[in-house]
Ligand binder design. Structure first.
Ligand code: FE2
Length: 319
């Protein structure tokens, strides 16, 4: 079957390897088997598998040594590696982490857990591979913004920091937080497309339309939604589309309110005092229905925690 993912299985116990192989082949993976560490290393370089499952007690090169040798090769740094072993004590787990094992699994294994782990690691690798050229593009766009509009660039950085903290406070997982931070960093990127001479008739929201148009080709719906809708209001009075309520996803609500808070506080010196004034002004707008009250509460906690920390550091410096 063409296009199947290839799994290299390195195990010294033939009967154990046969069981794992059967589970993987039933799930339509192509499986290569190596009985010792050096053979596994040779196959890994020759065949470029998509994932490696290894044990600890391999002849000629044990599982830790094999993993370490593979990780020293730049081409193998992102290879997902599962260590499947009955050596389940903490020293083995710690060593596995040190040599770059992606996931440690105790034997005997559960069939569904193994297949889920394999699928998750393969999906993550595919996603990471797509990310590299995308990140380079993002870097180029941000360099352009930094030179064309340094104040917008600084504003975007502050909004990204705050949005990340609010996202974590709302218990988003780390992948969601990263996408949120990226959206916040790029939320005003459409300003690169404005003429800059005041003749952009649809501003203040036209840059959001341009930004979403620039980024839509990457097919990252959350990112595009954040960029296009960061000037929308919860009650439908914002723009460019007049979206309201449930039509505004959580990442959009977070970036929208962080953007507004940064505009209210201005990012100028003496921010601790301005932060509290900004929160007061924001509260009035939340009560008027512009922003999500739950997100506003988390933003308030994040801002006050940061202000208290800054005050404590300043006080310690004066002592
Ligand atoms: Fe904006």
């Amino acid at each position: 079957m063409p296009g199947r993912n290839c799994v290299l299985l390195a195990a010294d116990d033939a009967s154990h390897a046969a069981i794992v192989r059967e589970v993987l082949e039933q799930a339509h993976y192509r499986v290569l088997v190596a009985g010792d560490g050096l053979q596994a290393l040779e196959i890994a370089h020759a065949e470029r598998p998509d994932l490696l499952i290894l044990g600890v007690t391999l002849p000629s090169l044990n599982g830790f040594e094999l993993c370490s040798r593979l990780r020293s090769d730049p081409d193998m740094r992102t290879l997902p590696i599962i260590m499947l072993t009955s050596f389940n004590e903490p020293p083995y787990r710690i060593r596995a982490e040190q040599v770059g094992v992606s996931r440690f699994m105790a034997a005997p294994f559960d069939r569904h857990e193994l297949l889920t782990t394999v699928r998750t690691l393969l999906d993550r690798r595919k996603w990471q591979a797509q990310l590299v050229p995308f990140q380079e593009t993002v870097r180029c766009l941000l360099i352009a913004l930094q030179h064309r509009a340094p104040e917008v660039f600084s504003h975007s950085q502050r909004v990204a920091c705050l949005a990340g903290d609010v996202g974590r406070s709302l218990l988003l997982d780390e992948e969601q937080v990263q996408e949120l931070v990226l959206g916040a960093l790029l939320h005003d990127i459409g300003k690169l497309g404005l003429t800059g001479d005041g003749t952009d008739s649809w501003e203040p929201v036209y840059h959001a339309v341009i930004g979403a148009r620039m980024l839509c080709r990457f097919r990252r719906p959350t990112l595009c939604a954040v960029v296009r809708s960061h000037h929308e209001h919860l009650n439908g009075t914002g723009g460019p589309d007049g979206l309201a309520g449930e039509d505004l996803a959580l990442p959009v609500r977070i970036v929208a309110i962080c953007n507004r808070f940064d505009r209210l506080t201005g990012g100028t010196p003496g921010r601790q005092r301005k932060a509290r004034e900004g929160l007061e002004a924001l509260k009035i707008e939340v009560d008027a229905g512009l922003w999500d009250p739950r997100v506003a509460e988390h933003l308030r906690e994040v801002v006050l925690r940061s202000a208290r920390l800054s005050e404590a550091v300043a006080a310690a410096g004066r002592r």
